[in-house]
Design a protein around this ligand. Structure first.
Ligand code: CP
Ligand code: NVA
Length: 313
């Protein structure tokens, strides 16, 4: 085991900002390796005998299925736990839940609302905790995104990614991912929907080291010019259901359609974390078109999750 591999064992995976550039590339390389093994039909039971608890307080298709299938392919056992079915749903504390689950499992994946709850779980767990999305961050998604960009473009450093839409959890994690690997990230959003200033500042501090730019703009056309990667996400995230109508109005102009795509570089690729609201943040023409990498991106969640679990559990 090399030093990077040793250093990753037992770590939580809560934010990409907690990982060095070398560690992120180690995880990307491991994901590529595991993807190749799977395609060749080579067994890779690297987590034989280990179990992952998966706590969901929000819905999921990709995260749930890819973690569940992923640990199965690694020889381990997934246990799907909804927040409401656990005693957590009747008031058992996060700390006690963490202490108890640590006696049975070798890892916990959690998708919930408050980022603080994930930090609290990790503080009291003696096993690694993986952030499967909070209101603040979606780090496993961003790792799969940069894996997909590297696959399509052969590199990351110096490329320009423009995220069009809400300055949300996905946008935050993309800024951290880009900053770590030298990928320029611009968030193009309507006024009032900018990413959190603390996240922008922190991403900029990291970007200064890797030599790339993190930008925020309210001008979609200007932001798309010269983009190698266009990215979007839903206008209203889970938990923002009451704001759907207002957001539909506010985000009208913030859609990836053929006209916007033409303003990017001719070989630009398109990403979307999914689920998509077709006809809102992205048109059918674009998501189903030749420049769309969104289903490769969804597939890569599986390979990246396997890499994360293998490295930390
Ligand atoms: N992109 C993503 O996290 O999808 P799910 O909500 O389906 O897990
Ligand atoms: N921003 C979206 C991402 C879903 C994967 C949400 O939080 O609902």
């Amino acid at each position: 085991m090399n030093d990077l591999a040793k250093d990753l064992k037992g770590r939580d995976f809560i934010s990409l900002k907690d990982f060095s550039t070398a560690e992120i590339f180690y995880l990307l390389d491991l994901a590529d390796e595991l993807k190749a093994k799977l395609k060749k039909g080579e067994p890779h039971p690297l987590l034989a005998g280990k179990s992952l608890g998966m706590i969901f307080a929000k819905r999921s298709t990709r995260t749930r299925v890819s973690f569940e299938v992923g640990i199965y392919q690694l020889g381990g056992l997934p246990i799907f736990l909804t927040h409401d079915d656990l005693q957590l749903g009747r008031g058992e504390t996060i700390a006690d839940t963490a202490r108890v689950l640590s006696r049975y499992l070798q890892g916990i994946m959690i998708r919930t609302f408050s980022h603080r709850d994930v930090l609290e779980l990790a503080r009291h767990a003696t096993i690694p905790v993986i952030n499967g999305l909070t209101d603040l961050l979606h780090p496993t998604q961003a790792l799969a995104d940069i894996m997909t960009i590297r696959e399509w473009k052969g590199k990351l450093k110096g490329l320009n990614l423009t995220f069009i839409g809400d300055g949300n959890n996905v946008a935050h994690s993309l800024m951290y991912a880009g900053a770590k690997v030298g990928l320029n990230v611009t968030i193009a959003c309507p006024s009032g929907y900018e990413p959190m200033p603390q996240v922008v500042e922190e991403a900029r501090r990291i970007a200064a080291v890797s030599g790339c730019q993190i930008a925020v703009s309210n001008d979609i056309e200007e932001a798309v010019e010269g983009a190698d990667v266009l990215y979007t996400d839903v206008w209203a995230s889970m938990g923002q259901e009451a704001e759907i109508e207002k957001r539909r109005q506010d985000f009208r102009e913030f859609q990836i359609n053929s006209e916007i795509l033409k303003l990017a570089r001719p070989d630009a690729m398109v990403l979307h974390c999914l689920p998509a609201h077709r006809g809102e943040e992205i048109t059918d023409e674009v998501i189903d078109g030749p420049q769309s990498a969104v289903f490769d991106e969804a597939e890569n969640r599986l390979h990246v999750h396997k890499a994360i679990m293998t490295a930390i559990m």
